[in-house]
Design a protein around this ligand. Structure first.
Ligand code: NDP
Length: 342
């Protein structure tokens, strides 16, 4: 994850940033309700220094909305099948809005049945996954999610992009501590990170991707201009990307990453992707020690020498931002204000 923070940058509060982002979205064909959800999500990424999905994404949201590729005013259609299976048709809107609209139903389903499986289709996901799972861990549940995207990742040994960067995330509560939150692409590098490297004209590490002819490259521009990323972890990582593609692109009734087609929507960037979310009540059946067992496991990881727990960097950044504001370069702030029509 790219870290920024120039001590000279101006600081804005989370609320100030959220309102600015909300205004940008409302100005660009988004309902107030959806704008509120996306602004909270994007400002949260910036606050936590999850920069590949922070304010750097706003022009992409705006271009996609203006192109008509994604519907910022879509109202999702939610249906429950059996005690635990919830299907959502996001109606070409954002997955985060779909999830927020079903939040109460998901929580009730988990309370009553011990598990909720949420399959979102016809949706766009242009952000990090941790905001989708972390709130459930804060409520005492385990949440697991997978999202597919735009085909820009080659399967192991392949030449053509088939998978999206297909992220997967999970979050669990830990006794007397922040939840444990893991959120990662199944490509060597997230596409947003490649774009940040391209903006900074910085090479990516060797093994990250291939150019348009399938040759290995460390040039982020070549990866973005018709090239592709590799999956992490060789053929094993490639199979995890396949797993995500099936969960998010098929179990949901959504589409595969390679089925995205921006033709006719110049400027569109948000991947039309499916999302599968599973929320589990670990206390189901009278278990009472899940969180303390997780605390034991985390302590063991630290004792074993793991330098930090997943999610810890974000929580530390969040605490710092809550105290002294979110650092944003003046030029970026001005660009956001212009987008907001100020
Ligand atoms: P990173 O490689 O930066 O981090 C992956 C996970 O590993 C995080 O949970 C991170 O915690 C943790 N981690 C990182 N370093 C360490 C360490 N030294 N010890 C222990 N844990 C560590 O993530 P990616 O670049 O793969 O993905 C970035 C983001 O991009 C994710 O939020 C992902 O959801 C998003 N994404 C979204 C897509 C979409 O289509 N919507 C597509 C692909 C990716 P921490 O967060 O605390 O650093």
């Amino acid at each position: 994850m790219t870290d920024k923070a120039d001590p000279q940058d101006p600081r804005v509060s989370f609320q100030e940033l959220k309102l600015l982002l909300k205004a940008i979205l409302i100005n660009n064909r988004t309902s107030s309700e959806t704008a509120d959800i996306l602004a909270e999500n994007c400002a949260g990424c910036e606050r936590d220094n999850a920069l590949s999905h922070g304010i750097f994404r706003m022009p992409g949201y705006v271009d996609s909305l203006r192109s008509g590729w994604v519907d910022g005013r879509a109202v999702p259609d939610i249906a429950q099948f059996g005690p635990s299976f919830i299907r959502i048709d996001a109606r070409n809107g954002f997955a985060q809005r779909a999830l927020a609209s079903a939040d109460q139903l998901i929580r009730r389903t988990v309370r009553e049945t011990g598990i909720a499986i949420v399959a979102i289709r016809n949706s766009h996901h242009f952000s990090a996954l941790w905001p989708d799972v972390e709130p459930f861990a804060l409520a005492g549940y385990m949440a697991i999610t997978a999202v597919n995207g735009l085909a820009n990742v080659v399967p192991h040994g392949g030449r053509l992009a088939v998978y999206g960067t297909n992220p997967i995330a999970f979050a669990v509560p830990v006794h007397d501590a922040q939840p444990l939150v893991v959120d990662q692409a199944t490509s060597v590098m997230a596409n947003g990170e490649v774009r940040l490297h391209a903006l900074a004209n910085k090479p990516v590490p060797s093994g990250t991707g291939v150019d348009r002819d399938g040759n290995p490259t460390i040039d982020p521009h070549a990866i973005l201009a018709g090239g592709a990323l590799n999956t992490f972890g060789g053929y094993k990582g490639s199979s995890i990307a396949l797993f995500v593609e099936i969960l998010a692109g098929a179990v949901t009734g959504g589409q595969f990453s390679f089925e995205n087609d921006f033709t006719g929507f110049p400027g569109a960037q948000t991947p039309k992707a499916g999302q599968l979310l599973i929320v589990i009540d670990p206390n189901c059946g009278g278990l009472t020690n899940f969180e303390s067992r997780l605390a034991l496991l985390c302590a063991q990881l630290v004792d074993a020498g793991q330098d930090r727990l997943p999610g810890a960097r974000r929580f530390a950044n969040r605490a710092a931002a809550d105290q002294s504001g979110i650092p944003i370069a003046l030029g970026e702030l001005q660009r956001l204000r212009t987008l907001a029509g100020e």
